[in-house]
Write a new protein. Structure first.
Length: 472
């Protein structure tokens, strides 16, 4: 199996291919669906400033560290930790669990995006005043969103079962730039609407009174989520990378691409939102309501743009969810010697059940809660607010304290052949600053957040994993 993995790894050897794969994993629903609504819920500009600080100080360093661990060990998440130190297997296992949990709600939203491609041509845009209600009705329905989720998950299954991400990568190479151009176009439309200025000042005039511990934790969690960090995804991708690539500069490129797309999504949405007199705090429906409303005002060409937008969003989501599913599947293949097909079917079946619960929790099952939240929020909050950040903290501790400094330097400078002038800064950030910073943010975040018992439950899960991980 190891051998087969190695061969496959060489397939995406070119620099461009790798960048597209890593950027494909990073750029997804996190940027276009999640970032704008979190910004809206957390008061706008101030949240963005905190988010950017998290990206530069924590995200970029952790991305570099994950690439280094992956390429050094040549192994996926669990194996990478295990190969260095058996006691650390649990950190990899936590990543696999995070992958499962994220895939417990991500395909639900992926399904919405698929559905909106079709809805764009079947009358959604014809009644602009009803767009908000249509969304609310749709996601709470008992059957329709489930059907789309299953279609979305099935696409993932087929691609991961075949072990060839080639097709989707090709689609990504066309549709990701398309998404980029389309966002530029929407931004242009959005800022030229009468009343758009209020949206711009919401984005760029920070209101610091909106910031507290839970906002900072939300920003940190979003940084991890958006960059695909804290669960071993970028370790796995780093293991595919050949020895000639410059890791810090690749990390910088991926981070820059991901962050620009998020900011662009904000610029596309908020000016229009204020122009239409909508609420920034409407939550997960934001993109699905604002973007169609922009297109609805443009006549039949708007319909075409809307279809392309949701097609591009679906593909961006797919390149991300594939990477999530791959982390879980790679674990079962590498560590449990499961054939790829079996691993994929098993994984997908479990994810499908979780997604059914998540989707129903937004409608008919909204009264069924654990620790005060429904299934969708359960998976979302646990991963985004605890698991990823703790996963990132563990990685930083592992790299800073359990790997040799010379090895890291060797890996990040390709044996001294390329320059990494900021090595010492990076090293000290990873070794000292980041673990402490994450611990502090997590502490104040957890004490400020409404779902305290859920957070404590999450910490308990990590503890249990740490105790029983030797068996994994
Ligand atoms: N980054 C992706 C997005 O923004 C989601 C994602 C893919 C992810 N792989 C991940 C999140 C690994 C956390 C960890 O949509």
């Amino acid at each position: 199996m190891q051998q087969a993995e190695k061969k496959q790894r060489e397939n995406w050897g070119s620099r461009f291919g790798f960048l597209m794969a890593a950027a494909g994993s990073a750029v997804g629903l996190g940027n276009i669906w999640r970032f704008p609504y979190l910004t809206g819920e957390n008061g706008g500009g101030a949240f963005i400033v905190v988010y950017l600080i998290c990206i530069v100080v924590v995200g970029l360093s952790i991305m570099t560290a994950e690439f280094a661990v992956g390429r050094r060990t040549g192994l996926a998440a669990v194996g990478a930790y295990k190969s260095q130190n058996k006691n650390w297997t649990f950190a990899g296992a936590l990543g696999v669990l995070s992958g499962f949990f994220i895939m417990g709600f991500y395909p639900v939203v992926g399904g919405w995006s698929l559905a909106y491609m079709v809805k764009s041509v079947t009358g959604l845009l014809a009644a602009p005043e009803a767009i908000g209600d249509v969304f609310g009705g749709f996601i709470g329905a008992p059957v329709e969103p489930l059907a789309w989720m299953i279609v979305y998950l099935a696409i993932n299954l087929v691609i991961v079962a075949k072990g060839i991400a080639g097709g989707i990568e090709k689609a990504g190479k066309v549709l990701m730039p398309t998404l980029f151009v389309l966002l530029l176009f929407i931004i242009f439309r959005s800022v030229s609407l009468p009343g758009a200025a209020a949206g711009l000042s919401f984005l760029f005039k920070p209101d610091w009174s909106a910031v507290n511990g839970s906002t900072v934790l939300a920003a940190l969690g979003q940084a991890f989520f958006s960059l695909s960090l804290g669960m071993g995804c970028m370790i796995t991708y780093g293991s595919y990378l050949n020895k000639k690539e410059n890791l810090p500069s690749n990390a910088l490129t991926v981070v820059a691409m991901d962050t620009s797309v998020a900011i662009m999504a904000g610029l596309a949405i908020f000016p229009a939102l204020f122009a239409f007199g909508m609420e920034p705090t409407q939550g997960p429906g934001l993109v699905f309501v604002v973007v169609p409303s922009i297109f609805a005002a443009m006549g039949s060409i708007g319909t075409l743009f809307s279809v392309i937008f949701f097609a591009a969003l679906t593909v961006a989501a797919l390149t991300s969810s594939l990477s999530l599913m791959e982390v879980v599947v790679a674990y079962l293949i590498d560590e449990k010697s499961m054939p790829r097909k079996t691993a994929t079917y098993l994984t997908s079946a479990i994810m499908a059940v979780m997604c059914v619960l998540s989707s129903l929790s937004l409608g008919v099952m909204s009264k069924v809660t654990v620790f005060g939240v429904g299934a969708f929020d359960f998976f979302d909050i646990l991963t985004d607010k605890i698991f990823l950040a703790i996963g990132g903290m563990l990685l930083a501790i592992f790299v800073g304290w359990f790997m040799k400094k010379e090895d890291l330097k060797d890996e990040l400078t390709n044996g001294g052949t390329v320059k990494f002038g900021l090595f010492e800064v990076w090293y000290n950030l990873v070794k000292f600053v980041i673990p402490v910073a994450i611990a502090v943010v997590a502490y104040f975040g957890i004490t400020a957040i409404a779902q305290k018992s859920l957070m404590i439950f999450g910490l308990l899960i990590i503890l249990v994993l740490a105790i029983f991980s030797k068996k994994l």
